[in-house]
Each structure stands twice: as C-alpha cells, then as structure tokens.
Ligand binder design. Sequence first.
Ligand SMILES: *Cc1c(COP(=O)(O)O)cnc(C)c1O
Length: 360
Amino acid sequence: MSRVYNFSAGPAVLPEEVLREAAEEMMDYKGSGMSVMEMSHRSKVYDTIIKEAEADLRDLMNIPDNYKVLFLQGGASQQFAMIPMNLMKNKKAAYIVTGQWAKKAWKEAQIYGDAVAVASSEDKTFSYIPDCSDLDIPEDADYVYICENNTIYGTKYKELPNTKGHILVADVSSCFLSEPVDVTKYGIIYGGVQKNIGPAGVVIVIIREDLITEDTLPGTPTMLKYKTHADADSLYNTPPAYGIYVCGKVFKWLKKMGGLSVMKERNEEKAKILYDFLDESKLFKGTVVKEDRSLMNVPFVTGSDELDAKFVAEAKAAGFENLKGHRSVGGMRASIYNAMPKEGVEKLVAFMREFEKNNA
Ligand SMILES: *Cc1c(COP(=O)(O)O)cnc(C)c1O
C-alpha cells in the first residue's frame, strides 16, 4: 500500500487512523455482524453512532443548547436554496460576495426574493475580503450571508462582518473545525463535510432554534424545511448513515488531538511553512492579499501557464496529488486541511524549492 500526499480541495484527505478504523469495522461493526453501511438507521446500534457524533461535535465546537445540529444531504449547494426558503420572511437578504460559492448562493437566493450584494471583491478576482465594518445592510434584511473561507480563491474572514444586529449565516465548508468558533455569533453555520471533515454526502447545519419555524416560503418542500429534520433529529428519512459514522470518527480523532485550539495552532504552523516559502520564492507567488490568507486553501502561481502545468505534472509524479488550481482560476492550489500532516507541507515546500532551482 502506498499513499500519496493529497492536496485536493475536496473530497479531501482524511486522517489515516480514521480510515484504518473504518476498514477494521467494515465487515462486523462492534459485534453487530454487519457493516454500518448495511444496518437500519433506526436500529439501536446506529442510534448510538449518530447521537455520539452529535455529542462529540457539540463538545468540540461548544455548541449551546439553543442550537440544533442537523445532518443533511444535498451538498452545501442545496443550502443555497434552503436558507432563503426558510429564512427570507421579508423576502430580503444581504450577501457578501467573496468568491464563486458566495456568488452561487447569492444568485440562488435571487430566485426567492431580493438578495442584495452589500459588498464584493470580484473587482480584483476575489483576492481579498472587503471591509465589512460598516456595510449598507437593508434594515429589513432577514439575514446577512457570508462564505467564511473561500475554497477556490484562498481567502478567509479574519473578523466576522458587522451585521448591525441582523442574523449571520455562514458557509464554512472549507474551514469547518479548523479553529475554535463562537457559535453564538451565528444564526446558521453550515458546510459540506467533504472538505475538512468526512466523506461527501453529508452537510452539517448548526442552526439557532428560533430560526426553525413552520413559516417558510410557500411551496417549500417538506424535505427542504429545517423543521422537518430538526423535529426528527435528522432521521426524518434515511440519513447519509455511513458518512455520518465516518464524521463521528473524525470528531473523536479531533478530540484526541486536543480539540480545535490545538488544531488551529497546527494549521497556523503548517500554513506558515508554505506562505513563508511563497513570500521568499522568486518563482512561486501567492495570489491573495496577506491579511486575508486562508489557513486551509493556498493558491499560488509561477506566472507562466506552461511552468504551472509542468509543476503540477512533476509534483504528481513525485507523489503530491491534486495541486492543480480550480478550473476557473488556473495555477496551483494546495489544500492543507486538518488531516494533512505537517510533514506533507514540509515535503511539498522542499519539492517546490527544488523545482525553482531547476527552472530558474
Ligand atoms: C465545495 C464548496 C461548496 C459546494 O459544496 P457541494 O457539497 O459540492 O455542494 C460550497 N461552498 C464552499 C465554501 C465549498 O468549498
């Protein structure tokens, strides 16, 4: 068996320990005589799996009792519609457009009401986070929407926007569990787990209880009401059962590692290795402003499409996979999520140094 260093933006690297455990339990989960994939989601043994997963997540993020944790499907993209359908009581919302995912969410919300872009960084290809300290947010906006870490462009809010008392909704897909957060500052925190937590197919929504109501937009399908899933503890219909089980293992791994403040330190340390090199390199350059750099997704370029392609190909041959930038921006991107060991980043930088020397 040989494993590569996988820098994919998602689906992405998972802790080896978690994969090994899942493999060991594949044929017979804890004496049940079956795989978690094969068991009823209403069985006692599965009930323990999903309840423990939720309890561990609550513990890790210090989620207050007045927030519900929902395990849903449909990807982060389905939330682009579900959020306005459930929250747009006044048919108005404020969106901060900092990248492709925020823009998609903003466009989707326009189907349901007046979604106003109150700030954007599109003028400079989303290479920064706009000043959000004094935005012109409509008085009657139902919520303010952000994408907290921009997976494609590699920017991250270092400070949450001043929402002027409005509910904050955040897509945290690519920074989920990468550092401690103050859940009370948000109305909804959500993300697809395939970036920094688990296998594709699960979306976690952490939502303040008062935002879960019957009062959704007319025509909202049962499956797209938060209330449906909240009332049934995420078991209204068959949940993505195996995915939730793997997420649960990752939560336990994170707790064992020391929790989210330890992960933050580790992530800062890893990112610094790469950013420091980009800052001193004569060949490679980071593409976003320093103050807004993401700890998770690090885009960079050489300035030549040809050299970029050569780098990606040679890196792949050397065991560094998925370094090609998103198809919409080109260049390179190293995603260095929680499960990427420090050694992976160090080896990548050593490889980049060597490449620079050979292509000077
Ligand atoms: C990947 C990603 C999405 C889209 O996720 P899907 O689960 O594929 O719908 C949305 N937002 C962010 C920030 C992402 O990184």
